[in-house]
Design a protein around this ligand. Structure first.
Ligand code: NAP
Ligand code: ZN
Ligand code: ZN
Length: 347
């Protein structure tokens, strides 16, 4: 066992605090990663505050992890000591169900093993990336291309793949009109990736306060959803809408913005329901869909795509001590556009 420094939640209401946790001894297929940077996803906040259900405390979250391989198990062939690597939202799956065999481990029929707050093979609760080291089985460790600045790479492991996957699945590309609802961590990556895929991108944000940024990320249009006129002007416009909002919104209003056969994909994961009226769908053969992160193969494809297209998240590097302030700022939609913990401040 390796005792390592970490930042943990001790209850749904207490501030996160520094602590130590144990990492398992290296198995034959395991990789020990010295974590360098760890992104702060809104899912981390949903989890520690028990928005999605009960949590066993203390709980370390963080599933946007990049670091350097420090040690490898005897049978490891995919990674070497010194490699730049990443770990996203899952650390294992059954590997034999039809979804795993199709490379869609996130939809493992036995349930993928989440990077944190999940029951691991050995019965322990998984602990995430707000820590100095992680031990992960090699097949769930990604290569981070040199072309991506390391301190910016971490958010790709969740925000990047979670938006890339539905954009690819629903064929965002030339000739397609794509809207992104909410321009936070996921939303700003959805904009950059949809632009790089060749789509015509519109941002639908609560206000126009981030308009200059959205246009700089390559969006052609930017509208405030607080202005009801937006919903009249854009009725029947989009082929694809990616909703990244962390709270419950009026989905029917957004469905009305889809053209014939358009799809609204929900990646935002509020704890409250999102009620849909039948007539919002049947009037234009519309679809309301969801999407969960992305498989390991596609996550590598996304990292390579970002390297090739010079795409990186906009990040604000923070010290470990700032984590509770960062959470409050995420909750207030005051993030430009992802907080990343400099793990050097945790040692
Ligand atoms: P985030 O950085 O907080 O961004 C969410 C954005 O939604 C905010 O920046 C804001 O954008 C908008 N927003 C927030 N509250 C709102 C409200 N009450 N009404 C309207 N708009 C609001 O969060 P994130 O890290 O991108 O995560 C977003 C959601 O995706 C979370 O629920 C998270 O758990 C979920 N998620 C899902 C997956 C998946 O696999 N499906 C993966 C990762 C995260 P504007 O200021 O532009 O309006
Ligand atoms: Zn996440
Ligand atoms: Zn499986």
């Amino acid at each position: 066992m390796l005792t390592v420094n970490a930042i943990a939640a001790t209850s749904a209401t207490a501030p996160l605090t520094k602590t130590t946790i144990e990492r398992r001894d290296l198995g034959a297929n395991d990789v020990l990663i010295e974590v360098k940077y760890s992104g702060v996803c809104h899912s981390d906040i949903h989890t520690v505050r028990e928005d999605w259900g009960p949590v066993t405390y203390p709980q370390v979250v963080g599933h946007e992890i990049v670091g350097i391989v420090a040690e490898v198990g005897s049978d490891v062939s995919r990674h070497r000591v010194g490699d730049r690597v990443g770990v996203g939202c899952m650390v294992n799956s059954c590997r034999e169900c039809e979804n795993c065999l199709a490379g869609e481990e996130q939809y493992c029929l036995k349930g993928n093993i989440g990077t944190y707050a999940a029951v691991d093979r050995d019965g322990t609760i998984t602990q995430g990336g707000y820590s100095t080291h992680v031990v992960v089985t090699e097949d769930f460790v990604l290569r981070v291309p040199e072309a991506i600045p390391f301190e910016k790479a971490a958010p790709l492991l969740c925000a990047g793949i979670t938006t890339y996957s539905p954009l690819k699945h629903w064929n965002a590309g030339p000739g397609k009109k794509v809207a992104v609802v909410g321009m936070g961590g996921l939303g700003h990556m959805a904009v950059k990736l949809a632009v790089a895929l060749g789509a015509e991108v519109t941002v639908l944000s609560q206000s126009l306060s981030k308009q200059d940024d959205g246009l700089a990320f390559g969006a052609e249009h930017y509208y405030a959803t607080s202005d009801r006129e937006t919903f009249t002007a854009l009725r029947g416009t989009f082929d694809l809408i990616i909703n990244t909002v962390s709270a419950s919104i009026d989905i029917n209003a957004y469905l009305s913005l889809l053209r014939l056969d358009g799809t609204l994909v929900n990646v935002g994961a509020p704890s409250e329901p999102l009620p849909v009226r039948a007539f919002s769908l049947i009037g234009a053969r519309r679809s309301f869909a969801g999407s969960n992160i992305g498989g390991i193969r596609q996550t590598q494809e996304m990292l390579d795509f970002c390297a090739e297209h010079n795409i990186a998240p906009e990040t604000e590097l923070i010290s470990a001590d700032y984590i509770n302030d960062a959470y409050e700022r995420v909750l207030a939609s005051d993030v430009r556009y992802r907080f990343v913990i400099d793990i050097a401040t945790l040692v």
